[in-house]
Design a protein around this ligand. Structure first.
Ligand code: ATP
Ligand code: MG
Length: 330
């Protein structure tokens, strides 16, 4: 199982939209994909599922078919992780359903981290709950790749979610906020990685499946909101130009000694995705990725060509991503 998180502590850059589209493209290109919604805002879930289905899944009670329901026993100290229900989107794409109630785990996860220092077995069960739940769901689905969407913060839920992921890809908007976000995110990831490697050694239960907590940086994607024509306007370009250096400095912790490639040719920049403008609300209404829109959905005339271009963009990004985790696409 390969696990990849999409993370930036700056909100609203387009993380969830990216996960939604990439999950669909990777499945279209032949992988078995599991999308996991670990953001208590549950936006990824609401992109995939209609309101009628959400109402059933989030009905009063214990939410047995959401990620909250799967984790609830271990977080409450009443049992262990259950294999999460996987909502089938297509035969190659499944969703571990998000839940607003996940927010109630923040405190428990926050307390568990220091208690791992004391070799507390229940604290290790709590800290590894996301990892173990995702591994069980991925095994049940025979998933090749798990894509994880998280909320925009450096809190305890995200720390537990990220240590459960082998890799992290960073979506960036072309603005000062995303640049600033990299300054906080890079050191936070290093701190989580280091602390978890120390904590792992204190686990008292050799039978417990611990995540390695590598959280390897897998590059960044620039989501070019506000682009006009084929080139971004200068106001956005000046932030985009700073990403190659900022990524190396803050995320990779490298000293910059030589001149760097431009963002478009930076090997760490996996894609510069366009602002899809009116196609995006059209896609959300049709509950489809932008690149799957048809004339019947309203994608006629120039929209048809834009849908085609979006397909090529996401297909290219999917190829780079799959290659980076050693998976072959068709
Ligand atoms: N490439 C794009 N073209 C047009 N609109 C986009 C694009 N990417 C995202 N959006 C829009 O931007 C808004 C924010 O996107 P999204 O919810 O994916 O961001 P996010 O980073 O996941 O937010 P949060 O930090 O709250 O989780 C949404 O309305 C979405 O439809
Ligand atoms: Mg989101």
């Amino acid at each position: 199982m390969r696990t990849l998180a999409f993370f930036n502590n700056k909100g609203g850059v387009g993380k969830t939209t990216l996960v939604y589209h990439l999950a669909a493209m990777l499945a279209e290109r032949g992988l078995s994909v599991l999308a996991v919604d670990l953001d208590p805002q549950a936006n990824l879930t609401s992109m995939f599922l209609a309101e009628e289905r959400l109402e059933e899944l989030w009905a009063d009670g214990e939410h047995p078919a959401t990620v909250f329901g799967a984790l609830r026993p271990v977080i409450r100290g009443l049992g262990d992780v259950r294999t999460p229900h996987v909502e089938e989107v297509t035969d190659r794409l499944g969703l571990v359903v998000g839940d607003l109630a996940l927010a109630t785990f923040e405190d428990r996860l926050s307390q568990a981290w220091p208690n791992c220092h004391n070799r507390d077995e229940s604290a290790f069960r709590v800290m590894t709950a996301f990892h173990r739940a995702m591994a069980a769901a991925a095994a049940a689905r025979h998933a090749d790749l798990v894509l994880v969407d998280v909320g925009p913060n450096l809190g305890a839920i995200n720390r537990a979610a990220l240590i459960a992921c082998e890799r992290v890809m960073i979506p960036l908007g072309p603005d000062l906020f995303s640049l600033q976000g990299l300054r906080n995110l890079g050191p936070a990831l290093r701190e989580w990685r280091l602390s978890w490697s120390e904590l792992r050694a204190k686990n008292p239960d050799p039978g417990l499946d611990l995540p390695a907590g590598r959280i390897e940086p897998a590059g960044y994607v620039v989501l070019q909101h506000g682009q006009r024509g084929n080139r971004p306007p200068k106001a956005y370009q000046r932030w985009i130009d700073r990403f190659p250096a900022a990524y190396r400095t803050h995320v990779l912790n490298e000293a910059i000694t030589a001149s760097l490639p431009g963002t478009e040719v930076d090997p760490y920049c996996l894609a510069m995705l366009k602002h899809y403008r009116s196609l995006m609300p059209m896609a959300m209404d049709a509950r489809k990725p932008v690149f799957s829109l048809r004339p019947a959905d309203g994608a006629i005339g120039a929209h048809g060509a834009a849908v085609h271009a979006a397909h090529a963009d996401f297909s290219m990004l999917a190829s780079k991503l799959a290659a980076s985790v050693g998976l072959a696409l068709r």
